[in-house]
Design a protein. Structure first.
Length: 354
């Protein structure tokens, strides 16, 4: 082995070690770094337009883009999170004091079911709803207790939250200002053909924009509409239901209907016919159409993956990375598909004998 090969292997080993060490020290703030990158990609078009408007003054353009991002993306999320924690804490107090009796509501729902439906449940092994009633009450209590505990820890974790937010905004400023140069250096260091690197970069950017700009905005729209109709119909804790519908709308084949449909059925069975009809019509005609109308405009058909792949990768990402996983999961899946596609195209084809 010649001296050049030894030096190259040593350099590669050093690169692996320092890269792992660098990732290790960033782990405490990986969320801040990750969202700085994501927001940098989303707001890069605005940064480029402002650069042209202010004669290539990068600091001014980056500062104005950062301020816009703070006003329309960061601050609303902080406000909604605080309100959600407060409402969850209030719900926990109502359940704990007995003001809101989940078990009694489940029992009344069982009594309102037609005899045919009750016999069908019994044949399916679900006739004993006593255990379901207890589990429902326990689950609601645990869920609201989680938000109550978050309300207590929200103030204690304010310092860490502010540090993470500060790190994210600080990095985002430099990603906006120097993003084009950073991307150029990263592409130059990747040992792939230029066409392959461009293909992976385009896929990365498209999936980020499709997942955040498209799916997240659709989820916010569906959650907001669901929360609004719940508030109009005087359903308790509409903000909690709105957030749950927004979260579920991120998952294909599930959607916000898993929340509003049972509530509509409950209204119809309990005699609140007009509330049930209004909720059903609004859910099908407004909430259900948001996905079909907005998603093609915000995402684009060429960036979408199969629904089953989006569902599995989103659930897996949420399980591994927490809330950040709804972006990380589909992103890893898209890069996985693209990388294997590139490999299949560049691999020498084996000629089979006739």
């Amino acid at each position: 082995m010649n001296e050049t090969a030894v030096q190259r292997k040593t350099l590669i080993g050093l690169l692996v070690l320092v890269t792992l060490a660098f990732i290790w020290i960033l782990l405490p703030y990986y969320g801040a770094v990750f969202w700085a990158v994501i927001l940098g990609i989303l707001f890069a078009p605005m940064q480029r337009r402002l650069l042209l408007r202010f004669n290539q003054r990068r600091n001014v353009a980056a500062a104005l883009t950062l301020l816009t991002c703070l006003l329309i993306a960061v601050l609303p999320m902080i406000i909604v999170s605080g309100l959600l924690v407060q409402e969850g804490s209030s719900l926990y107090k109502r359940i704990e004091s007995g003001e809101l009796d989940i078990a009694a509501n489940v029992e009344r729902f069982k009594d309102m079911l037609p005899h045919v439906a009750q016999r069908t449940l019994e044949r399916m092994g679900m006739g004993d709803l006593e255990g379901l009633r207890d589990k429902t009450a326990k689950g609601a209590l645990q869920g609201s207790q989680f938000f109550a505990s978050q309300a207590y820890s929200f103030g204690q974790g304010t310092f860490e939250l502010m540090v993470s937010l500060g790190v994210m905004l600080y990095l985002l400023f430099f990603f906006l200002r120097d993003g084009a140069e950073l991307v150029r250096k990263i592409r130059q260091a990747i040992p792939l053909a230029e066409q392959q690197k461009r293909r992976l970069q385009l896929k990365f950017n498209r999936v980020v924009r499709a997942t955040v700009k498209g799916n997240l905005l659709v989820a916010i729209a569906q959650g907001a509409l669901g929360g609004l109709i719940f508030w109009v119909l005087d359903v308790p804790s509409p903000l909690l239901w709105a957030v749950l519908m927004a979260f579920l709308s991120l998952l294909p084949a599930v959607g916000a209907g898993i929340v509003w449909a049972p509530v509509a059925v409950y209204f119809l069975l309990s005699g609140a016919v007009w509330q049930g009809v209004v909720l059903t019509v609004f859910g099908v005609g407004v909430i259900g159409l948001v996905d079909n109308l907005l998603r093609p405009l915000l995402v684009g058909k060429d960036t979408r993956m199969p629904d089953y792949l989006v569902l599995v990768s989103t659930l897996g990402g949420l399980a591994v990375f927490g809330l950040n996983g709804f972006v990380i999961g589909p992103l890893i899946a898209a890069l996985f598909v693209s990388s294997w596609g590139i490999y299949s195209e560049t691999r020498p084809q084996v000629q089979l004998p006739p």
